[in-house]
Design a protein around this ligand. Structure first.
Ligand code: CO
Length: 150
């Protein structure tokens, strides 16, 4: 009886903690066959502890022709990361493997596909300057936007 009661208490406490402290926010962005993201800015609200970002490729072209991903680096780093990624090939998502300047990224996907990534907001500075982009060669010149961490 004693054991059963403490189990109930522990479960309740975990549930409560989950509700109160570990808010996961959802963000969504789409990309098409015309090298466009549908948003130029994404905002992570101040009370988000983690974020699940879903990328939808609404086009029809294959990943080899029109691959899209969603990559975030600081405003200072993102162009160097994009340039370094160009030589890395599809198997590396056109990203330099293990590069610490990449704060978060999804896989590269083709038309009709979706992918998502969940990340910890603590990886970012509140109010910092971050750019999201697609690292497919040539895309990042136009496929980019601002990630705001409130
Ligand atoms: Co792309």
């Amino acid at each position: 009886m004693k054991k059963a009661l403490s189990f109930v208490f522990a479960t309740g406490a975990l549930f409560f903690a989950g509700q109160t402290f570990a808010k996961t926010c959802e963000l969504e962005i789409s990309a098409n066959d015309q090298l466009q993201f549908d948003k130029q800015e994404l905002v992570v609200a101040a009370d988000c502890e983690s974020v699940t970002l879903t990328l939808n490729h609404t086009g029809k072209l294959k990943v080899e022709q029109m691959g899209h991903n969603w990559v975030v680096a600081s405003d200072a780093d993102w162009q160097a990361v994009a340039q370094a990624g160009m030589q890395q090939g599809l198997e590396n998502n056109y990203l330099p493997p293990g590069d610490e300047r990449i704060i978060v990224h999804t896989d590269l996907i083709g038309g009709g596909e979706s992918t998502s990534v969940t990340f910890d907001v603590a990886k970012f500075e509140k109010g910092g300057d971050y750019t999201f982009f697609c690292s497919f060669p040539g895309h990042w010149a136009v496929m980019k936007g601002k990630l705001v961490i409130e």
